[in-house]
Design a protein around this ligand. Structure first.
Ligand code: NAD
Length: 287
């Protein structure tokens, strides 16, 4: 691994990721949970840039959400911020119902909100176990359920999309890579994988597409300690065959394509966007 990372290609400065496609999602209405920060922020902006109206959900950082709304307004689409805790059933119901009142419907639900509460397992409190499961797993269930109800009610509108609606679950490479010291997080993402596949199986006959994105290591506030010092960065890069840490735009680009009719035949799939992290890089030199 380290020999590979010393190869000349990894000493060239990275070009920023390209930014995707105007009008691909024109006329669609999207909601992004945790849209005030990191991956959710980049995704909300990318959906707006691609022509969708966007609801930016946040739980506590109103100024962050308002800044995202301001940026999206620049694309000439409708957008607003909505405060809701995705782990609270009544708040999720109200959020989706308010969106239907204000924008008419929902076509794309990006269930992105998530958090970590890390600890060695024997020191992990039940409170921290429950918090992570409630936000990362139950929150995605509630958001998907409320969006699907509206997809079912409305059905396919061919001028808007070939599908009756799309759910994108923000999972993680830790839906398949065990992660010591993060048992609540890994279990939540393992749960998201089966949540997503089961919903996909249940609702595909109604032309509802449910898929997931599994990011690898993306530079956001959730994992700051893993990338903010040169030593931490070096250590992290050992796990990434492609030799760079991901940018939120890498995930946003995947979300735009996955939500669009370019991926209309993609159902129940996890889109790994991880620079090869799930390729067992430790085995690259023979194991
Ligand atoms: P982040 O901390 O920047 O964003 C997480 C967002 O979720 C924040 O806006 C936060 O306020 C919001 N949130 C937390 N609890 C909430 C609640 N109860 N209700 C509503 N919103 C809530 O981190 P990020 O990296 O952008 O994470 C976004 C998603 O991507 C998460 O699901 C995370 O597990 C996943 N992910 C991130 C990485 C990575 O390397 N950054 C890797 C794999 C998966």
């Amino acid at each position: 691994m380290s020999e590979r990372r010393r190869s000349p290609v990894h000493t060239v400065p990275d070009r920023p990721p390209p930014v995707y496609a105007p009008e691909l999602l024109k006329g669609q209405k999207a909601l992004v949970t945790g849209g005030n920060s990191g991956i959710g922020k980049a995704t909300a902006i990318a959906l707006g840039r691609s022509g969708a109206d966007v609801v930016v959900n946040y739980v506590s950082d109103r100024p962050g959400a308002e800044a995202v709304v301001k940026e999206i307004e620049g694309f000439g689409v409708r957008t607003y911020a909505h405060q809701a805790d995705v782990s609270q059933e009544d708040q999720v119901i109200d959020m989706v119902s308010a969106m239907i009142d204000r924008l008419g419907t929902i076509d794309i639900m990006v269930a992105n909100a998530g958090l970590q509460r890390d600890a060695p397992t024997v020191e992990m409190t039940l409170k921290d176990w429950n918090k992570v499961i409630e936000v990362n797993l139950t929150g995605q269930f509630l958001c998907a359920r409320e969006a699907i109800k509206e997809f079912q009610r409305r059905g396919v509108v061919p001028e808007v999309s070939r599908a009756a609606g799309k759910v994108i679950c923000m999972s993680s490479v830790h839906q398949m890579i065990p992660w010591a010291g993060h048992v609540n997080y890994a279990a939540s993402k393992g749960g998201v994988a089966m949540l997503m596949e089961t919903l996909a199986q249940e609702f595909a006959p109604q032309r509802i597409r449910v898929n997931a994105i599994a990011p690898g290591a993306i530079r956001t506030p959730i994992n700051r300690p893993a990338w903010e010092t040169p030593e931490a960065r070096e250590k992290l890069l050992e796990l990434i065959p492609y030799g760079r840490i991901g940018d939120p735009q890498d995930i946003a680009n995947a979300a735009v394509v996955l939500a669009s009719d370019l991926c209309d035949y993609v159902v129940g799939t996890t889109f790994y966007v991880d620079g090869g992290m799930t390729l067992f890089p430790g085995f690259a030199t023979g194991g």
